[in-house]
Design a protein around this ligand. Structure first.
Ligand code: NAP
Ligand code: G4F
Length: 331
C-alpha cells in the first residue's frame, strides 16, 4: 500500500487529491495546522479513510516530524496562502508560507529521505500566476516568469527551489504549473465561487447583488478534479519534471457572468453586479492561457470538464447547498 502525505489537506485540491488517492488504494495522511483546527474535522468527516498529522509550513521541525512519522512514498505540497488579493495585504506572511514553506518541506524530505530503493517523491504546487505580465501567449514550461503579486513572487521562489533540490540532491521533485482550477470545493473568496454562490443566494432571495472588482481579466479555468489527477500522474513517471496543466481556453470574468446568470434563468447580469474598488488589485494579471501539450503527450492527461459544464456544476452545487441551509434553519 503506497503512502502519501498531503499538505494543504483542508483546501480545495487537498480534498480532491485525498479522495482520488484513497480510491487508488493509497494510505493518505493529511497535514493540518493549528490547535483544534475545525477544518481538520470537516475533512475527516468527508473522507473517513484519511489520517491527520500535525504540522505547519512555518515550522521546519514539525515538517520533519510529520515526514518521519508518515514515511511517505509521495509528498504533495499544496499548503499555501493561495489568495492573491490577501498576498498584497500580508506579503511577509505569504513569502514565509507560500515561498519559504516550500524550502522547509523540501528540507524535511531531503533529511528524512526515504530508502535508496524507494526515495520519497515530491510534488510542488506551482502556479500560472508566476507568468503574471505574460511574455508570450499561450504560456508553456519554457515561458519566462514575470510575477505580479507577492503570491506570484513566492511561488517563483518555491518553483526554483524545487528545481534546485532536484538538481542538487537528485531528489525526485516535480512542479505542476497549474492554471486556475475550480469546482464545488473552491473557497468562497475566489471569483468563480463568489459568483456561483452569489447567484444561488440571489435566486433564493438571500442577497440582492454581487460586488466585484476587475471584470476584464482572462483566465484559463479547468475543473479541480482533473488537475489533481495530473499531479498524481507527474509522480508516476520514470524521471521528475515540470509540467503546465491547463485547458487551452481562456474567458473573461464577464463571460463567466454571462454563462452563470444565463444558467440560473436571468437575461442579464448587469442589474445584479456592482463594482467595488476593494476587489481591484494593485497589479493585475490580465491574461492567462496555458499550453498543456507536454502534459498531454507525456502524462496522457486531458481535461474532461468544459467551461459551461464547470460553471453549471458549481452553480447547481451552490443552489443545493444554500437550499439545504435554508431548510435546516427553518427547522
Ligand atoms: P486553498 O483551498 O486555499 O488551500 C490552501 C491550503 O493551505 C489550506 O489547506 C490551508 O490550511 C493550507 N495552509 C495555509 N497556511 C498553511 C501553513 N502555514 N501550514 C500548512 N498549511 C497551510 O488552495 P487550493 O486551491 O487547494 O490550492 C492548492 C495549492 O495549489 C496551493 O499551493 C495554491 O497556491 C496552488 N495553486 C492553486 C491553483 C488553483 O486554481 N486552485 C492554481 C495554481 C496553484 P488551513 O485550512 O488551515 O488554512
Ligand atoms: O479567482 P481569483 O481570486 O484567482 P486568481 O487571482 O487568478 O488566483 C487563483 O489562480 C491562480 C492560478 O493562476 C492560483 F495560483 C491562485 O492560488 C488562485 O487559486 O481572481 C481571478 C480574477 C482576477 O483577475 C481578479 O482581479 O478575477 C478578478 N476579480 C474580479 N473581481 C476578482 C473579483 N477576484 C476575486 N477573488 N474577487 C472578486 O471580487
Amino acid at each position: 500500500m503506497k503512502r502519501a502525505l498531503i499538505t494543504g489537506i483542508t483546501g480545495q485540491d487537498g480534498r480532491h487529491l485525498a479522495e482520488q488517492l484513497v480510491g487508488k488504494g493509497y494510505q493518505v495522511f493529511g497535514m493540518v495546522r493549528g490547535q483544534n483546527n475545525p477544518k481538520g474535522q470537516m475533512v475527516q468527516d468527508e473522507n473517513p479513510a484519511l489520517e491527520l498529522v500535525d504540522g505547519d509550513l512555518q515550522d521546519l521541525s514539525s515538517l520533519i516530524a510529520a515526514v518521519e512519522q508518515v514515511q511517505p512514498d509521495e509528498v504533495y505540497n499544496l499548503g499555501a496562502i493561495s489568495f492573491v488579493q490577501l498576498s498584497f495585504k500580508q506579503p511577509e506572511l505569504t513569502g514565509d508560507i507560500t515561498g519559504l514553506g516550500v524550502l522547509r518541506i523540501l528540507e524535511a524530505v531531503r533529511i528524512v529521505g526515504g530508502t535508496v530503493d524507494n526515495p520519497i517523491r515530491f510534488y510542488q504546487a506551482s502556479s500560472s500566476e508566476m507568468f503574471g505580465k505574460v511574455r508570450e501567449t499561450p504560456q508553456n514550461e519554457r515561458t519566462a516568469f514575470h510575477p505580479r503579486s507577492p503570491y506570484g513572487v513566492a511561488k517563483v521562489f518555491g518553483h526554483y527551489m524545487t528545481m534546485n533540490y532536484r538538481e542538487s540532491y537528485d531528489l525526485y521533485a516535480c512542479s505542476g504549473i497549474l492554471f486556475n482550477h475550480e469546482g464545488e470545493k473552491r473557497g468562497l473568496e475566489f471569483v468563480t465561487r463568489k459568483i456561483t454562490n452569489g447567484i444561488a443566494r440571489i435566486k433564493l432571495g438571500l442577497q440582492d447583488s454581487i460586488s466585484l472588482g476587475n471584470l476584464e481579466s482572462q483566465r484559463d479555468w479547468g475543473y479541480a478534479g482533473d488537475y489533481v489527477d495530473a499531479m498524481w500522474r507527474m509522480l508516476q513517471q520514470d524521471e521528475p519534471d515540470d509540467y503546465v496543466v491547463a485547458t487551452g481556453e481562456t474567458h473573461t470574468i464577464r463571460e463567466f457572468l454571462d454563462v452563470a446568470f444565463a444558467l440560473a434563468g436571468y437575461e442579464s447580469w448587469e442589474p445584479y453586479v456592482t463594482h467595488d474598488v476593494r476587489f481591484d488589485r494593485p497589479a493585475e494579471v490580465d491574461l492567462l492561457l496555458g499550453d498543456a501539450t507536454k502534459a498531454k503527450e507525456k502524462l496522457g492527461w486531458t481535461p474532461t470538464v468544459s467551461f459551461p459544464e464547470l460553471v453549471e456544476r458549481m452553480y447547481l452545487a451552490d443552489l443545493k447547498s444554500e437550499q439545504s441551509t435554508m431548510r435546516s434553519r427553518r427547522r
